[in-house]
Design a binder for this molecule. Sequence first.
Ligand code: FES
Length: 153
Amino acid sequence: MPDQTRAELASRLIPMLQEIQEELGYIAPEAVEWLSEHLGVSKQEIFGVATFYNFFRLNPPGRHEIHVCLGTACHVGGGEKLLDTIREKLGIEPGETTPDGRFSLERVACVGACALAPTVVVDGEVHGRMTQRSLKRLLDRIEREDREAMGGK
Ligand code: FES
């Protein structure tokens, strides 16, 4: 596809994909199917646009959304190690959700709290000066609170 056409397609699709994500929390396959039928654009092209822009998620978000900052300050401060900690502990990669639907993981470019680097945002709350140890403790605490909320199960 020529670049111009691809850019035009992206500028048409992005607002629709944003609306879908706001409504459903992610780009559901059924929504891609619907868009494909109504716009006469192949599903592959739609997925191509959705995956090119990393603010679109293709999996349903977990109950707890974890965003690891990999902006410059956080990257230098050890953001990748924090990402590794989550990979090891929860077994998911950025863009994925744990099979039990509890946690989802995303990477972000900068959350505007560089003085606190490295940062991790969990359920909208910024946690600064994170270490692998403090991140593990935070995840353990969330799991414990979840268990307690479910009556100790
Ligand atoms: S780079 Fe992480 S908060 Fe700015």
